[in-house]
Design a protein around this ligand. Structure first.
Ligand SMILES: NC(=O)c1ccc[n+]([C@@H]2O[C@H](COP(=O)([O-])OP(=O)(O)OC[C@H]3O[C@@H](n4cnc5c(N)ncnc54)[C@H](OP(=O)(O)O)[C@@H]3O)[C@@H](O)[C@H]2O)c1
Length: 412
């Protein structure tokens, strides 16, 4: 069964209780069996273990209903924010940002997290210091609910930074749709009244399976908000992350050409740093003007094409600009071949999907698609934050890509 840790200890609270100080705090990790406590405590009770001793106090419990939508009136330290996808590139920063803003953060994580599950439980506890960690399985609603019940805290807001690490077809539906929906259902069950979703700007033009999975969840979340007692939402649709644009820094540093498709002007984006995006996502927890909104968001400055990014990179690296221009038709040909092969070898469906993902990002801008013109618009893409791609490139040229690793298929 999944257990919930607070940095170096474990907490169990009555799940029915919202904002209560009815907490069992343990300074040493301890299993529920060792405690032999009932899970559903109707009378909230405090038990403190200090130096292997327990002290027990009773306290009163307000009903869930009375506090249902009033979390914005509370002090951040009394607002419980559940973060799923807390071990991802953005999730980690979101957790830090929420902690810095004083929220009570509960992070759901896998025991082996990170790219290819390389991060151990102990490393996760270290990485997410300051948050209460709930080791669980977001892909199984029953397990997730039991974990949260064992954790025992009510939830005010859910923030989802979940995403398929591979972008494969089945995995996208499992994570970007099902697991995200599980988080909504579990969050609701424990009192959440607001859901902040990290989505992607590219869902505006859905040609890929992960975009369809995200859009299905977005639609259900919006429908949910129509219900009288439904959860409200903030759907954040960012443009490109820095990590997605840093893959050629090392090549240019070594004097190799910058690779781009067509004339390098087929697409553009307003890149945003993980810190700035985390800050924007954290704003969505309390900002009334972000309630029930779909929020496209980019970083500061003008939109940049791959050609402009390549020129910037060469300048910063002190190299003569060198480009390798690849005709986009090559990708179309490869995708055509893969699609044909999938008919004979269905197991190649993810490989074909990865080809389509590559093609999509080579030609589609990560900017707001203006419904009036049907064209991508840099002007209509809001900017947020301070971190620039130029500073990021300079840092990667100096220090390397540590912490900016791409996902399992090196596409995200
Ligand atoms: N890359 C870009 O430029 C870009 C631009 C705009 C929007 N986006 C969107 O931003 C989102 C998040 O990106 P990111 O880079 O932060 O993602 P990421 O680093 O791949 O993190 C994904 C998170 O989801 C969790 N997860 C994945 N599969 C899971 C599973 N089977 N069970 C439990 N948890 C699982 C991961 O947990 P583990 O650590 O345990 O694996 C991790 O916490 C994506 O939706 C993406 O579409 C990306």
């Amino acid at each position: 069964m999944a257990l919930c840790f607070f940095s170096n200890g474990l907490k169990i609270r009555s799940p029915k209780v919202r904002n209560l100080k009815s907490t069992y705090v343990f300074q040493q990790p301890i299993s529920q069996n060792q405690l032999n406590l009932p899970l559903n405590l109707s009378e909230p009770t405090k038990i403190y273990k200090k130096n292997s001793c327990f002290s027990v106090k009773a306290s009163a419990s307000p009903s869930l209903e009375t506090t249902k939508s009033s979390f914005r009136n509370k002090n951040p330290k009394d607002i419980n924010v559940l973060v799923v996808g807390s071990t991802g590139y953005i999730g980690k920063y979101v957790v830090k940002e929420l902690i810095n803003r004083g929220f009570n953060v509960i992070s759901v994580a896998r025991e082996n997290s990170g790219i290819r599950g390389k991060t151990s439980k102990e490393e996760t506890l270290e990485q997410l210091q300051g948050a209460k960690i709930c080791f669980s399985d977001v892909t199984d609603l029953g397990v997730l609910e039991t974990s949260l019940q064992n954790y025992g805290s009510s939830i005010d807001v859910v923030v989802s930074c979940l995403a398929s690490r591979s972008g494969g077809i089945k995995d996208s539906w499992k994570i970007d749709y099902e697991a995200t929906k599980n988080s909504l259902l579990a969050g609701k069950k424990f009192g959440a009244s607001h859901f902040v979703l990290l989505s992607a700007i590219c869902v505006q033009k859905p040609l890929l399976e992960f975009q369809r999975a995200k859009l299905k969840f977005e639609a259900e979340l919006m429908e949910e908000a129509q219900n009288e007692n439904g959860v409200t939402y903030s759907i954040v649709r960012p443009t490109a992350f820095f990590k997605s644009l840093g893959g050629q820094v090392e090549l240019v540093k070594q004097g190799k050409p910058y690779v781009m498709f067509g004339d390098g002007k087929l697409c553009a984006c307003k890149p945003i740093s993980e810190q700035d995006l985390a800050s924007f996502i954290a704003d969505c927890v309390l900002s009334e003007d972000k309630v029930n909104q779909v929020l496209p968001i980019g970083g500061p400055g003008k939109a940049l094409t791959p050609l402009e990014q390549g020129e910037m990179l060469h300048r910063l690296a002190g190299k003569e600009p060198k480009f390798l221009k690849v005709p986009i038709g090559i990708m179309d040909f490869a995708i055509g071949v893969l699609d044909a092969l999938v008919k004979v070898f269905p197991s190649l469906e993810d490989t074909a999907e990865f080809g389509k993902i590559g093609r999509y990002y080579a030609a589609e801008s990560m900017l707001v698609l203006d419904p009036e013109t049907g064209k991508y618009s840099a002007d209509k893409t809001p900017s947020y934050g301070n971190d620039t791609l130029e500073d990021f490139f300079a840092k990667v040229l100096r220090d390397g890509m540590a912490g900016q690793e791409l996902g399992e298929q090196t596409i995200f």
